[in-house]
Design a binder for this molecule. Structure first.
Ligand code: FAD
Ligand code: NAG
Ligand code: NAG
Ligand code: NAG
Ligand code: NAG
Ligand code: NAG
Ligand code: NAG
Ligand code: NAG
Length: 539
């Protein structure tokens, strides 16, 4: 028997509006079966659900996945063993996520189908994960062992308003798709710098962009969000409508619902200039001087520019740095890059390119499906601390240098005063950063390698570099609590770093829109309001 999935969208929207009262977004006696019935899913007509009370022989997720498969007209369900399932788990950016085996993968086609999945997960108590671009580095970020991994890939709409001020982007998109579509309209949005990264994870955690010195982070440039809440209700959040949720989504991650549409502020954009320059270690001091000038002065003088410096190691070449230089206008070697232009590069790819081309260039050499870890901390900009962190990285590197397939990096990315100022737009974001504390910089580390037997010592290497630099920064009064979610490891607590006031505000908003805490209890992966994913620091 196939149950019929009747889309009663108007009824659902009416329900959403009726429930907009602050205190009772979801009543205490919320009836999940009744909510499913409201959107056309008759629980009693689905054998697996009707037999819920007899579940001794069936697991929660067996029932949930079978139900999703039974309901006519719902998106695709991939079960273990199918070639498409193997293909799916094999296509994560990080091997740690690919090693996770969900009971099934669900690919919804609409927001309403996500409502159905969330309510079925509640009814059966089957946990789920939400996958956008899948670039979370650690296991469970956007995958879940034995649960339902909800892949948003089919929610891939991209459209531009007739006045070209808003770009509506579905969460199934990668940045390359967004930029290529928007280039046809002569516009762009503030988003990721690497082609294959997903729109939703990057935007919900913050989102550092080539345009950030001009407009702030990606989360500061979302005009409104469409969200499926824990009760399956589809709502909008903007500065005017539900400003509390709107604020929370600007940095609060996946704690509040599944975002099914990002309405980004769009702006006119043509060709740009940018690329990477590779430097050898005799240029490191000059390069650190240059990035220091940019972080403290250049970024304020010319907000069209963006710069990142990353240090790494190549077995045949030795220590090297890669400087990413970008300019939002098609101008070569703008004066803000003068200091870098004086440094002889081993190799350079800077030139005039479109935004989408720049993101493809930045993706070169980034492999899918290998073991990855990302970490970050934040400090006040200080020239001596730059030297200290680079030295610490190279001093500790011998501990892991013989690991097969090793590609270790440590980067300096300034959170400039113009960025901090732009973050205050539209009522501010949830990150807890204020312009008077700037300029700051994120010290982020990312490493990939081949063999599981090297996992422990490589994680410990990151922990050791972080700890060592943290101690030095504290000693010099340069420490800052902020941990950027999008680069954080499973041993860190980004939301806890936003400050007590913001953390409590985020918890209150979560309890208002999700009183049963579905987005932590049934959707446990990645960074939650409840704290660090893994409290056992590598040792
Ligand atoms: C190669 C590379 C380049 C990067 N470049 C940048 C950069 O330029 N700037 C920057 O700021 N960061 C960058 N990052 C970090 C990046 O922002 C994070 O990895 C981010 O989580 C990726 O988003 P995703 O959708 O691909 O990830 P996913 O792993 O799919 O999602 C991350 C988290 O968001 C949740 N989530 C996803 N979609 C939704 C949704 N629709 N509603 C609610 N929750 C959702 C997931 O459940 C998961 O917990 C980069 C990362 C990599 C690996
Ligand atoms: C919940 O709703 C279903 C479907 O309308 C109904 O059969 C059931 O009795 C309700 N349960 C409670 C506890 O009210
Ligand atoms: C549950 O199992 C019992 C005993 O096997 C059976 O009598 C009953 O009909 C079942 N209930 C449902 C809803 O399947
Ligand atoms: C596997 O993934 C590739 C790339 O996404 C796709 O072209 C192919 O059809 C997939 N194969 C199966 C069996 O799903
Ligand atoms: C959300 O906003 C859009 C655009 O303003 C509107 O078309 C849509 O009906 C709204 N949805 C809800 C659930 O309020
Ligand atoms: C640069 O690295 C090489 C090792 O590849 C080392 O011998 C040399 O001393 C380093 N130079 C500086 C200036 O650190
Ligand atoms: C920009 O500067 C680099 C480094 O000095 C130089 O190699 C390149 O030729 C310059 N490009 C242009 C277009 O002037
Ligand atoms: C947490 O991290 C430690 C290493 O620090 C590891 O041994 C342990 O297995 C991890 N726990 C989980 C649940 O992943």
């Amino acid at each position: 028997m196939r149950a019929t999935f009747v889309v009663l969208l108007s009824a659902l929207l009416a329900g959403g509006l009726a429930q907009s009262d602050a205190e009772a977004f979801e009543p205490a006696n919320f009836n999940v079966s009744a909510a499913l019935l409201d959107i056309g899913v008759h629980v009693s007509a689905i054998p697996e659900l009707a037999g819920l009370e007899n579940r001794s022989s069936l697991s929660a997720c067996e029932i949930a996945c079978a139900s999703l498969q039974t309901i006519d007209g719902l998106g695709e369900v991939l079960t273990q063993g199918l070639p498409a399932y193997v293909n799916f788990t094999g296509s994560y950016w990080s091997a740690f996520q690919g090693e996770v085996s969900p009971y099934c993968v669900f690919k919804p086609n609409t927001a309403l189908e996500i409502s159905v999945q969330i309510l079925i997960s509640r009814l059966t108590q089957c946990s789920f994960a939400v996958k956008g671009g899948g670039h979370g580095a650690f296991a469970g970020s956007s995958s879940i062992e034995g649960g339902i991994t909800v892949s948003l890939e089919n929610l891939d709409q991209i459209s531009v308003s007739s006045d070209k001020t808003i770009a509506s982007v579905g969460p199934g998109n990668r940045w390359i798709n967004v930029y290529q579509a928007l280039e046809k309209e002569g516009v762009a949005v503030v988003g990721g710098r690497v082609s294959t990264v997903g729109v939703p994870g990057l935007t919900l955690g913050g989102g550092i962009s080539f345009f950030s010195n001009k407009y702030g982070w990606a989360c500061d440039n979302v005009d409104s969000y469409e969200v499926v809440t824990a009760s399956g209700t589809i709502i909008n959040a903007s500065a005017k409508s539900r400003p509390d949720l709107y604020w929370a989504l600007r940095g609060g991650g996946g704690n509040f619902g599944v975002v099914t549409k990002f309405n980004f502020n769009a702006f006119a954009q043509g060709s740009m200039w940018g690329g990477a320059r590779i430097l050898s270690n005799d240029s490191f001091p000059a390069a650190l001087d240059a990035i220091y000038s940019f972080a403290t002065k250049g970024s304020s003088q010319d907000p069209d520019a963006a710069q990142i410096i990353s240090f790494g190691y190549d077995a045949s070449f030795g220590p090297l740095a890669s400087v990413q230089l970008d300019y939002t206008k098609p101008v070569a070697n703008a004066s803000v890059f003068d200091e870098f232009n004086k440094i002889t590069a081993v190799k350079s790819s800077t030139g005039i390119h479109t935004l989408s081309e720049l993101t493809v260039m930045l993706n070169e050499g980034i492999a899918d499906g290998v073991r990855d870890t990302y970490w970050d901390v934040t400090f006040k900009v200080d020239r001596d601390l730059f030297t200290f962190l680079v030295d610490t990285f190279y001093n500790l590197l011998p501990n892991i240098a013989d690991a097969v397939g090793l590609l270790p990096t440590i980067s300096i990315q300034a959170i400039t005063v113009p960025q901090l100022t732009q973050m205050q737009r539209n009522g501010g974001n949830a990150l807890g950063l204020d312009p008077t504390s700037g300029p700051l910089f994120i010290m982020n580390m990312g490493t990939n390698w081949d063999n599981p037997s090297d996992d422990a010592r490589i994680l410990k290497f990151h922990a050791d570099v972080m700890n060592t630099v943290k101690v030095e920064a504290k000693k010099k009064g340069l420490d800052n609590d902020f941990i950027y979610m999008n680069y954080a490891s499973q041993f860190q607590d980004p939301i806890g770093s936003y400050g007590t006031v913001n953390q409590e505000k985020l918890s209150a908003i979560s309890k208002k829109y999700d009183p049963q805490q579905v987005f932590s209890k049934l959707n446990p992966g990645y960074f939650k309001l409840q704290g660090v994913p893994n409290a056992t620091w590598p040792s």
